[in-house]
Write a protein that binds this ligand. Structure first.
Ligand code: HEC
Length: 117
């Protein structure tokens, strides 16, 4: 009996291991395609912008008049945002708070925007 339960444990561990492996294969695989900069950029976008703007490739923006970030590059090259982000992004966003970022954060954020192109 003890032996059987030991085997039981082993197979449970094996299943969990296999599942873990699967998840590691799916989720981080997409995260892995992002450079470390872009990954930090995602966090910035999610923290400061995600409650209004869509920050992924498919979902609509939470606030419907806020353009999804994946569309910004269709309006202009995303590098053009570097300056407004450093000086306080206002871009005619009446309902949007003013943001000001460090150059590092801006680099990360732009790197992230490029992953949506
Ligand atoms: C409170 C809601 C809100 C938040 C938070 C917000 N935005 Fe916006 N944003 C808007 C709205 C609304 C518009 C569209 C306004 C317009 O076109 O005048 C917009 C438009 C934009 C545009 C397009 C401007 C253009 O040139 O047409 C950019 C770029 C942008 N936001 C960047 C950001 C970034 C970067 C963040 C996070 C740091 C952010 N927004 C956070 C509401 C928000």
């Amino acid at each position: 009996m003890p032996r059987q339960s030991a085997i039981g444990c082993l197979s449970v561990a094996a299943v969990i291991g296999a599942l873990g492996g699967t998840f590691a294969g799916i989720q981080p695989a997409s995260a892995q395609q992002l450079s470390p900069n872009a990954q930090r950029g995602v966090v910035i976008a999610r923290t400061y912008c995600g409650r209004c703007h869509s920050i992924d490739k498919v979902s609509p923006s939470q606030l419907s008049i806020a353009p999804p970030f994946r569309d910004i590059h269709k309006l202009y090259p995303v590098e053009l945002l570097e300056e407004p982000l450093a000086e306080g992004l206002v871009t005619g966003h009446p309902s949007m708070p003013e943001f000001r970022f460090d150059p590092d954060q801006i680099g990360d954020f732009i790197a992230f925007l490029k992953t949506l192109e």
